[in-house]
Each structure stands twice: as structure tokens, then as C-alpha cells.
Design a binder for this molecule. Structure first.
Ligand SMILES: [Zn+2]
Length: 238
């Protein structure tokens, strides 16, 4: 049994019904879910499931079932029950804007300086990302903020595609993100394409066009050592 991940093909799905396939004292597993589980740098969704507050969402270690941890105090549904899930849309949409902004940042930095990303972390409307700069270019914060905001304002469409593994590993635009490192057992690779700017194998949720992100503000740039420079940013309304 594997939970069907509804957000992979529809990031805008806010309510859904599903069948309970397993229950723990504080958590529920479903046959399908629109709740995003923590992973790929994106934090989990919140919301309600069967009227109970969802406080955490994780895939089991085998990556098969998605477990929704719920707030204590309510009666959990039985296995086989049909339940309704409601996503906390304010949080999710903020995470979608943030995740897309980070892909735009990666695309801009690659196109301008040919420098790869080394790590990162995101929260709703704020994030940090590390890049292999040594040293940072002069006036980097203001320069990158201007370049990213120009791409966001350009209102580039964002397409989500499912490519056969063979096609994806030979796509020149995907080589930078090391698609060949994805296990050979994965037959189909999900690709998030910010058309004309950045293409990555990615399991996260994204907005439909870059204008929906708004703008970024670079809060700080700092050195985290040789070949590792950190950018902290916030996402604000355009
Ligand atoms: Zn991503």
C-alpha cells in the first residue's frame, strides 16, 4: 500500500476525501492525500483531517505511506472510514511562493555566475540558500535581488511534467541538478520547469507563474566557509 500524492499533479487542491488505511495512537495514514510531507527542503503542511488539527506530516521510512500526526483530544477515525482533509492554505501558499522563489534564485545564479547550490532551508515566506561562491561577487545582495525580481515580474509560466527516466537523464537542462543520481528504480521523474529559466527534478509544490511569488528581499549574505556562501531572503508582496 502506497499513499497517492495528490499535490504532485495539483498543488492547488485544498480539500479532499480519502480512506483511512492505518491508524496509530496519534496519527492517521490515508490511501491518498493532498497534505505535503516534510521533504526536499519543503516543510510539511498543516490543516485538519477528520476535524482534527494536523500538526505534522511525514512519509514512513520506506516512503510508502504518508502519516498525518493529529492533535490530542479527539477520537481518531477507524480503518476503512472516509475522511475529509482541509489544507491550511495560508501556510501552503506561502510555502509554494517560497519554494518557487528559491528555484528562480538557483536559475538566476546559475545563468549569471555558473555556481551551483550546496544547501538550503525554507519556512513560509523566508529562506536561506548556500552557494559555491568563493568569494561573493561585489555588491552581490543588491545585484541578485534585482535579477531575481526581474524574473519574477516577467511572469514566467511554471510547468510540472512527468518524464520517463531515460528522457530526463539526457535532458541537458537537468544535468546540473544531477538527475542521474536518482535511483534507477524510479521510472518516471517529476520535473518543475520555470519556462526559459530553471528546470529541476523536484517533488515540491509550486505556484503557476513567477508573478504569483511577489518579490524577494535579500536580508543578509554571509560566508559559511570556503566555497560556501549563504543568502538569507524574505518573500514579500509585489
Ligand atoms: Zn525544489
Amino acid at each position: 500500500m502506497k499513499t497517492e500524492l495528490l499535490y504532485l499533479s495539483d498543488a492547488y487542491l485544498q480539500t479532499f476525501t480519502a480512506e483511512v488505511v492505518d491508524v496509530r495512537p496519534d496519527a492517521i495514514a490515508l490511501d491518498r492525500t493532498a497534505f505535503y510531507p516534510t521533504g526536499g527542503g519543503q516543510p510539511h503542511d498543516a490543516g485538519t483531517l477528520a476535524g482534527l488539527g494536523v500538526t505534522d506530516v511525514r512519509k514512513d521510512p520506506e516512503g510508502e505511506l504518508v502519516w498525518h500526526t493529529v492533535a490530542a483530544g479527539g477520537a481518531l477515525p477507524n480503518i476503512g472510514a472516509t475522511v475529509e482533509g482541509v489544507i491550511d492554505w495560508t501556510r501552503r501558499h506561502a510555502l509554494m511562493r517560497t519554494h518557487t522563489a528559491l528555484h528562480v534564485l538557483c536559475g538566476v545564479i546559475w545563468n549569471e555566475w555558473r555556481v551551483p547550490v550546496t544547501g538550503g532551508n525554507m519556512e513560509p515566506l523566508s529562506a536561506r540558500m548556500d552557494f559555491e561562491f568563493d568569494p561573493l561577487p561585489a555588491d552581490f545582495g543588491a545585484t541578485v535581488e534585482g535579477l531575481v525580481n526581474a524574473e519574477l515580474a516577467a511572469d514566467r509560466p511554471i510547468a510540472v511534467e512527468f518524464l520517463p527516466r531515460d528522457t530526463a537523464v539526457h535532458d541537458e537542462d537537468l544535468i546540473r541538478t544531477k538527475v542521474s543520481m536518482i535511483p534507477e528504480t524510479v521510472a518516471e521523474i517529476r520535473v518543475v520547469d520555470i519556462v526559459g529559466l530553471d528546470k529541476q527534478a523536484d517533488g515540491g509544490t509550486h505556484v503557476r507563474s513567477t508573478a504569483e511569488v511577489g518579490r524577494i528581499k535579500v536580508i543578509k549574505t554571509e560566508s559559511k566557509g570556503k566555497g560556501n556562501k549563504r543568502i538569507r531572503l524574505e518573500i514579500v508582496d509585489a
